[in-house]
Design a protein. Structure first.
Length: 333
């Protein structure tokens, strides 16, 4: 590379003062996430050459068929994070319950919990479509020195101290926020280093892309159908462009860069939609809001929702501010 880029490690050190109560743990945690992402990226890039594609042969807590790479990514993240002795608890979309973690001295003095979808969109691996990891970090609310409780994980999204995603595509990118803007880092696979490639990422207020599985059109509530018709129409000098990959991280990442709205509404079959509040909606909403966009379940700001269960699902609409505002206006008619 001719241009001098800032590495992710350098950036984390430079920004450590942004963290409240900074004593280095969150910086170490971000470095552990970076390491796990590189390990998963290596596995994804070998799909088709090694036995990591296809169904694993079991279902997760939501009754969904697990893919081999789902299980592998979950194991990689959990083991990498436990080995670094920086968390007091982990919750994963792939596991029924949270994991309480002791520190190296057998006590429970670490300050942070992490929630994650270790490999979103993994069924797309077989056809070489981008997939991703989503993560969310909170400061524990239970007393330090005691084992974590479910309440440490059931926190509103607005209390996140950091969140982000990794997209494994034509390149591997790690995008994250600590509440002070959004920055993206691209992995140079030749030397295994993430470099700051997308500083201060912003989503345009007005977008031109709408992303939704229109195969569910007949199962959607009437006002969501009306919004789709609005997107298709030439009202306000449109129509918008429909773009739907079916891989959440890839769809959201594109819309942040290009401007647009992502929608996963409730349907007659799944009234609360299929996306999980804690593992997918909260972290992505935090990133999108920090980039200048909005995120809602159709009634409430995603980050204001009080979680009631680890695997709670909610409808999810997120993206460019003006597009989300127009949708919200039509939903509350």
């Amino acid at each position: 590379m001719d241009k001098k880029y800032t590495t992710l490690g350098e950036f984390i050190i430079q920004k450590q003062q942004d963290f409240d109560y900074s004593t280095g743990e969150l910086s170490r945690l971000m470095n552990a996430i970076k390491l796990a992402a590189k390990r998963i990226s290596n596995k994804v890039n070998k799909a088709g050459l090694v036995d990591v594609t296809g169904a694993y042969g079991s279902q997760n807590v939501q009754g969904e068929d697990q893919q081999k790479l789902d299980v592998l990514a979950d194991e990689i993240f959990i083991q990498t994070l436990i080995d670094r002795d920086i968390l007091c608890g982990i919750a994963s979309e792939e596991n029924d319950d949270y994991i309480a973690i002791c520190d190296g001295n057998g006590s429970h003095n670490n300050k942070y919990v992490l929630l994650m979808d270790p490999l979103d969109g993994s069924s797309n691996i077989d056809v070489n479509v981008s997939v991703g990891t989503i993560f969310s970090i909170y400061r524990r609310v239970s007393a330090e020195g005691t084992p974590v409780t479910k309440e440490d994980f059931l926190q509103k999204g607005k209390l996140q101290v950091a969140a982000g995603y990794v997209i494994y595509g034509s390149s591997t990118m790690l995008v994250y926020t600590t509440g002070n803007g959004v920055n993206g880092f691209t992995l140079d696979p030749a030397i295994g280093t993430f470099y700051l490639s997308h500083p201060n990422m912003k989503i345009t207020e007005g977008g031109a892309i709408y992303s939704i599985n229109e195969g569910n059109y007949n199962q959607l509530e009437e006002n969501v159908q009306k919004y789709i018709e609005y997107c298709r129409s030439d009202e306000d000098k449109k129509p918008y462009t429909a773009r739907y990959i079916g891989s959440l991280v890839a769809d959201v990442h594109r819309n942040i860069l290009k401007g647009g709205i992502y929608m996963y509404p409730g349907t007659t079959k799944n009234p609360n939609g299929k996306l999980r509040l804690l593992y997918e909606c909260n972290p992505l909403a935090f990133v999108i809001e920090q980039a200048g966009g909005k995120a809602t379940d159709g009634k409430n700001n995603i980050l204001d929702i009080e979680p009631t269960a680890l695997h709670q699902r909610v409808p999810f609409y997120a993206g460019s501010k003006n597009m989300v505002d127009k949708l919200h206006e039509m939903l509350v008619l």
